[in-house]
Design a protein around this ligand. Structure first.
Ligand code: AMP
Length: 565
């Protein structure tokens, strides 16, 4: 029987696993590593490098190296190398083809099928793009599964009855908390909360700021203008941070820094306690979101059976202690958090290979969905965390006499004012029976399918006129409230400024002006509390940060510039 592999196609690393002897195991790559960097590079000689070999040459070949392609999945963009355009699906396919080869070498047989895990809030488009990447790589993707479900599955269902599992996933840049109920072979997502800008990168920044300030105090030298040194500091603090997960004190040293005519050393001991204080607020944010998810799921009343950790940053000891305290859970399942998603995908793959229908997943809508009514108010038709698939209808009417058309404005969000929520689309329903205001009956039907895609239709009950649209609700992000989005943008402005400093003269003048304009634009939007513009600024600032990281060739943060197709 041909084996089916499970793949975690991650933003930073890709992990592949398979079921062997009744146990899911990670397959090492051709270098013996369990994690393959999700990096693809095109060498000047025209070779395609994937994984470690791509990452190792990234600094000297930044313009032809592509990382973090997962963020671009499903977008109509392409990386242009030597006049050839590569879609995100094609770039991901290089990574998938490599792990497929590694798996074949390990198993000694051809591998044709896979289960791939994706973030729970991946849209339909992003899921389809992932299937397409598999196809290009020569893999039939039998199932796309949600990462938290994979993590819960790898943890396994213990005992009889319903198990309530909380998956806490804290990675490099994002955070997700998911509450699932597992019963036999049925997994139901009860609630989830997330934050698109909370993770290891933020902790690195906080530690870097502390180290730079201390160095300034001690030596009188300000390193913030020295791009090369700053970059070394970022790499250094990440190593220190990781060390502090296993030790109570770690050193942070950068010897022989040339300062004028002399050379000075940067050398500090950082205690775990100090690091904990620095990151405590951000970690508490993730804990608060987890608690909200637990409340939404109703788990607070009945208790939690297991807390499963996923993502590299969940190894931080402070995370464990605060979580245990906040949730009242004694046992924290620490299956290797970098591998747990791939292991769960392998469990599912094995079940499919044996023709079992192992997982019956029911998911939820991440945001309330509804429509705008006449006075700018938002009417919720499907409240947040409603289980999908789902369908609902509501009857509306006209606001003026002889009105023969209505505009249906579909939004997602939690604010009672429509303008404060996110617009998903609008359409016009014409051919309404003319009559006095309030007379016509306009039925609006909302349905969300199992992939999380919403379909909205409206029809005049009397004339039968109908119109409909399909919308793609965005990934859930707690940061979409006004207060939180402001915070994101503030953090991103700071990050942009510090990355701009790192890049120094590497930034060409027109891009430098573009950055200044964007920062000014974002600050104006902050002053006006203009959520819509702030959301646009957030995306633009993120892109600028990625660009700056490419220009400075920052290891692990490289990304090719994509141009709209
Ligand atoms: P992921 O997105 O799951 O690959 O997580 C990557 C993030 O986890 C990066 O910010 C890493 O610096 C961080 N990370 C990895 N290992 C550790 C560790 N042992 N302690 C703290 N952070 C870690």
């Amino acid at each position: 029987m041909a084996r089916i592999i499970g793949i975690d196609l991650g933003t930073t690393n890709t992990v592949v696993a398979v079921m062997e002897g009744g146990e899911a195991r990670v397959i090492p790559n051709d270098r013996g590593s369990r994690l393959t960097p999700s990096v693809v590079a095109f060498s000047p000689a025209g070779d395609v490098l994937v994984g470690e070999s791509a990452r190792n040459q990234a600094v000297v070949n930044a313009a032809r190296t592509i990382a973090h392609v997962k963020r671009k999945m499903g977008q109509p963009v392409a990386a242009e190398i030597d006049g050839k355009r590569h879609s995100p699906e094609e770039i991901s396919a290089f990574i998938l083809a490599k792990v497929k080869r590694d798996a074949e070498q390990y198993l000694g047989e051809e591998v044709r099928e896979a289960v791939i895990a994706v973030p729970a809030n991946f849209s339909d488009k992003q899921r389809k793009a992932t299937v397409e990447a598999g196809r290009i790589a020569g893999l039939t993707v039998l199932r796309i599964m949600n990462e938290p479900t994979a993590a819960a599955l790898a943890y396994g269902v213990r005992g009889d009855g319903v198990q309530r599992i909380v998956v806490y996933d804290l990675g490099g840049g994002t955070f997700d908390a998911t509450c699932l109920e597992a019963s036999g072979t049925h997994f139901t997502v009860k609630a989830s909360r997330g934050h698109s800008h909370l993770g290891g990168i933020d902790f690195d920044q906080l530690l870097a700021d502390r180290v730079l300030a201390r160095f300034r105090e001690q030596s009188g030298f300000d390193l913030s203008g020295d791009s090369v040194l700053l970059q070394q500091v970022y790499e250094l603090v990440e190593r220190t941070k990781i060390e502090l997960s296993s030790r109570t004190e770690a050193s942070c040293a950068l010897p022989f820094i040339a300062a004028g005519s002399q050379s000075v050393h940067l050398q500090f001991e950082i205690a775990r306690e100090e690091f904990n204080q620095l990151i405590s607020d951000r970690v508490q944010e993730s804990i608060a979101l987890t608690r909200s998810a637990v409340e939404d799921a109703g788990f607070d009343a009945v208790g939690i059976d297991a807390l499963v950790l996923s993502g590299g940053s969940s190894r931080i000891p402070l995370v464990h202690s605060l979580l245990r305290e906040a949730l009242g859970v004694n046992e924290v399942a620490l299956v290797n958090p970098d591998e747990i998603v791939a292991l769960g995908a392998a469990v599912q793959a094995n079940a499919l290979a044996q023709s079992q229908q192992l997982i019956h997943l029911r998911d939820v809508v991440s945001y309330s969905l509804g429509v705008e009514i006449d006075n700018g108010r938002f009417v919720r038709l499907l409240p947040k965390n409603t289980q999908i698939p789902v369908e609902i209808t509501r009857v509306f009417t006209t606001v003026s006499d002889n009105q023969d058309a209505v505009e249906i404005h579909v939004l997602q969000g939690e604010h009672p004012e429509a303008g404060r929520n996110e617009s998903l689309g609008r359409f016009l329903l014409t051919g309404i029976r003319e009559g006095s205001r309030g007379e016509p009956r306009i039925e609006v039907a909302f349905s969300v399918d199992a992939d999380g895609i919403a379909h909205v239709g409206a029809h005049d009950v009397d004339t039968g006129a109908r119109q409909n649209i399909t919308v793609h609700p965005s990934p859930e992000d707690e940061g979409d409230g006004s207060r939180q989005i402001r915070r994101h943008v503030e953090v991103l402005i700071d990050r942009t400024i510090s990355r701009r400093r790192v890049a120094g003269t590497m930034v060409d003048p027109s891009f430098a002006r573009e950055i200044e304009d964007l920062i000014a634009h974002a600050r104006r939007a902050l002053a006006r509390d203009d959520v819509k513009t702030l959301r646009e600024c957030r995306l633009a600032l993120e892109t600028v940060i990625d660009e700056l990281m490419i220009q400075t060739g920052e290891a692990g943060g490289l990304q090719e510039r994509y141009e709209g197709a």
